[in-house]
Design a protein around this ligand. Structure first.
Ligand code: ADP
Ligand code: MG
Length: 600
């Protein structure tokens, strides 16, 4: 057995560097954090060859006194905490006192610094952990740190570095996170003498987002603001029409520090639930401010994750802030034709804000709801029409009396149906194409939800309950969710073998066969995987049922039915997306058509 021995300091630092300094981007992140902690307002970053050759960070912060230079480059030496008490409420980005020491052990580092009070500054070099002597340096107040030849003494690590563009991506990301986390800071980034970013100090957050992520995101930002007790959330989300296949554009900052956090990501997604297609991720830049004792930042080597005292409170706050921000927003999807010569398919966009909404705001319509006169019964009715003339699908007893909302006869522009699937409506501003199924689905979904929330979800009892045979596991699943299903108006009982009896269904879903609706709901439960929160589960089941009961693509609609659908469209909170997040309509503005026909 080999004997145990104490490792020398350089090796200790190199081991520590393994955890914290993975690549040029992580070295830059640490250097930027130090500049912020030093109170800098302007930071210049220059890198060469993806940062492998050189990373130079110059700041106008408080500087380091000459005698402290060796300490700055030593491990477990920091000016930011001195007691366990301080650890409980960390207000700085750094606190471990090992970043510069780690970098110094795996690169050639030169630190030059001068405090405002000094006439002259000093400099110290550190080459793979070996210090030079301290020398005079005549620079401006602030700190200038150069890191050259990262991992020059660890060839194995160097081999793991990726291509210059990949490393450059990580370096840019470090700059982006800092510039978003501290919007008062001015920061520039140069790569091989070329300007990459030049963000002036104090430039507003939405400008920064636009610079970093382009107009597609920047033009679709929606402000978010909420607070609860000492915790504040602010920032922006993007219109859910702007979404991604991963969550990389979900940025969270806690007291300026950019972190990853599953609870917060989940809360953002949850807040956009119903507006995003399955598998798509919303875009957001959310800032949490809280007293430092409510968050433990000392849980992750590169401080990329934190632990919250109460993450449930944060989940709730973020989710409701996002919901609130999205509520009642005019969101039309518009269609852009491929420009001549481009092989691109039709592209979905939302129009530039601000835009006059095609339809009045939901709020205004709510008021008019009761006052409007009745609609004459259409020849064949379905659920969106307020008057029920179609016989119920099964023999029924009298449903519990529930007032149907009375609507005006629709006096907006008439729709034209084509392919028995789409409705086209003209308007002074342009042309709207509606997916009849998606819209009807949304209408039913909202009606169901509203009524369930108000405890007024009328159920239609079946005179003769309908038996439904199910595979064993679905049978068990249905009974396990008996209570949830009952909440949705689907009452079931065991009926021997693997059969269930359905004895009621929601009265507003008259189109659907109760048995088929139950099957769809159970199928959804079977594929939903782990049990989601009850509220979410009910939402999803409602969406499934609404989908099932809605008019289908291929159903011919009468003019009265089309009118009813359009009239009800106005009453929706979000008439622009079906409950699964697909758009219900596409809008061609006249201006857009003029452009496509090259009239402008
Ligand atoms: P930490 O940030 O955890 O304290 P670092 O190794 O990153 O540890 O830095 C060590 C110390 O060096 C800091 O505590 C700080 O006092 C000093 N320092 C590093 N960079 C700067 C800078 N840009 N301006 C002023 N002081 C700095
Ligand atoms: Mg630091």
């Amino acid at each position: 057995m080999p004997r145990i021995r104490q490792l020398d300091a350089v090796l200790v630092n190199q081991i520590a560097a393994g955890e914290v300094i993975e690549r040029p981007g992580s070295a830059l992140k640490e250097m930027l954090e130090n500049a912020i902690d030093a109170g800098a307002t302007q930071i210049y970053v220059e890198v060469e060859q993806g940062g492998v050759e050189l990373i130079r960070v110059v700041d106008d912060g408080c500087g380091i006194v000459p005698d402290d230079l060796p300490l700055a480059l030593s491990s477990h030496a920091t000016s930011k905490v001195s007691s366990a008490d301080d650890l409980e409420k960390i207000q700085t980005l750094g606190f471990r006192g090992e970043a510069l020491a780690s970098i110094g052990s795996v690169a050639q580092v030169l630190v030059q610094s001068r405090t405002r009070e000094q006439e002259q500054g000093a400099q110290l070099a550190c080459d793979g952990g070996k210090f030079s002597s301290i020398e005079v340096w005549n620079g401006r107040p602030g700190t200038r740190i150069e890191v050259r030849h990262l991992f020059y003494n660890l060839p194995a690590r160097r081999k793991f570095l990726k291509t210059i563009p990949t490393e450059m991506g990580h370096l840019s990301e470090a700059v982006i996170r800092l510039a978003l986390g501290f919007p008062h800071i001015g920061i520039t980034l140069k790569h091989n003498d070329r300007d990459v970013y030049d963000i002036p100090p104090q430039s507003p957050l939405d400008d920064r987002i636009t610079r970093f992520f382009g107009d597609e995101v920047g033009k679709k930002l929606i402000p978010v603001a909420a607070e609860q007790g000492p915790i504040k959330v602010s920032g922006f989300i993007a219109d859910p029409a702007v979404n991604r296949g991963n969550n990389r554009l979900q940025y969270f900052f806690v007291n300026g520090r950019c972190i990853r956090d599953r609870t917060l990501q989940h809360a953002l997604q949850d807040g956009m639930h119903g507006l995003l297609m399955v598998g798509r991720f919303g875009v957001g830049y959310l800032y949490l401010e809280m007293p430092p004792e409510l968050v433990d930042v000392n849980v992750h080597p590169s401080k990329a994750e934190v632990r919250f005292r109460d993450s449930q409170v944060l989940h709730h706050l973020v989710r409701s802030a996002v919901r609130k921000a999205l509520h009642g927003l005019p969101m039309h999807s518009t269609l852009t034709a491929p420009t001549s010569g481009s092989a691109g398919a039709w592209r979905l966009q939302t129009p530039p804000a601000p835009q006059r909404p095609l339809f009045p705001e939901p709020g205004r319509l709510e008021v008019g709801r009761q006052a409007l006169p009745e609609l004459p019964p259409p020849p064949r009715s379905f659920e969106t029409t307020p008057i029920i003339s179609m016989p119920a699908p099964m023999p029924v007893v009298q449903p519990e009396p529930a007032p149907e909302p009375v609507l005006s006869s629709y006096d907006g522009p008439r729709a034209l149906q084509f392919h028995n699937s789409y409705l086209v409506v003209l308007d002074g501003e342009g042309m709207l194409i509606i997916d009849q199924h998606a819209l009807h689905e949304r209408i039913l979904f909202e009606q169901l939800k509203d009524r369930m929330r108000d405890g007024q979800l009328e159920v239609q009892r079946l005179l003769v309950p309908e038996p439904v045979d199910l595979p064993a596991e679905q049978y068990a699943l249905a009974l396990a969710h008996q209570e949830h299903l009952a909440k949705l108006g689907l009452e079931i009982q065991p009926f021997g073998g693997a059969s269930l009896l359905v004895s009621s269904y929601p009265a507003i879903l008259k189109r659907a066969r109760p048995a088929a609706m139950l099957r769809a709901a159970i199928e959804h439960l079977a594929t939903a995987g782990e049990a989601p929160r009850v509220e979410l589960l009910l939402d999803r089941l409602l969406a499934t049922m609404a989908c099932h009961a809605a008019v289908k693509a291929g159903d011919k609609l009468t003019p009265a039915e089309m009118d009813a659908l359009l009239a009800q469209r106005h009453l929706c909170n979000d008439s622009h997306h079906c409950p699964h997040g697909r758009p219900t309509s596409l809008f061609f503005s006249k201006a857009e058509l003029d452009k496509q026909f090259e009239r402008t």
